[in-house]
Ligand binder design. Sequence first.
Ligand code: SAH
Ligand code: MG
Length: 208
Amino acid sequence: MSDLPVPLPLDVDQIKGFLDPGEGAALQRAALAGSRLGGCLEIGAYCGKSAIYIGAACQSRGAVLFSVDHHRGSEENQPGWTYHDPELWDHQAAAMDTLPHLRRNLRAAGLEETVIPIVGRSAQVAAHWGGRLGFLFIDGGHTMEAALGDYRGWTPHLAAGGLLAIHDVFPDPADGGRPPFEIYQRALVSDLFIEVESVKSLRVLRRL
Ligand code: SAH
Ligand code: MG
């Protein structure tokens, strides 16, 4: 991990999640730049993989990362779906629960004072949000409703010059679902954003 802008305090490969190290490095660059303009926020914590990359960058600048997730998993994480992990099942709740894993991983990474988990549905949290953001990472649900809710709910809070990162952008539908690609396209045609970086399925856009 020596090519990361900010080295990680633990072996991030042990953490369950869906992020490539090259994407993690791009998120760190974007968070380092964006945190100068406002707060940092991600939608989609899962077990904390992206939060550890971004959180390490925030910690190095004395900034914080708000990490929003209802922790009940996306559609594809539910039993019977491709990305279901039975180790993340809460039998008492009869539902997924990734929050204990997030907390454990943030503690192991020494990021409990830097990454602030917000447990709730993205659109509902966004409706009550008041702070200005300099960095926003959308990596939440992949239904059109969830992705559009993230885009519409959170991008108005992004400062001019702030950075918007979107994960799971697949231009070829054969590679994955379309909603993240569709909000990426929406951002570009809105004339409010220009693309500044592209790594695997991650796109980084700057708000004009
Ligand atoms: N960033 C993580 C992966 C996130 S996976 C990593 O680096 O590993 C997507 C997450 O989005 C899941 O944990 C799911 O619970 C959450 N999610 C899906 N729809 C959501 C919504 N509408 N509001 C809040 N969280 C949501
Ligand atoms: Mg993702």
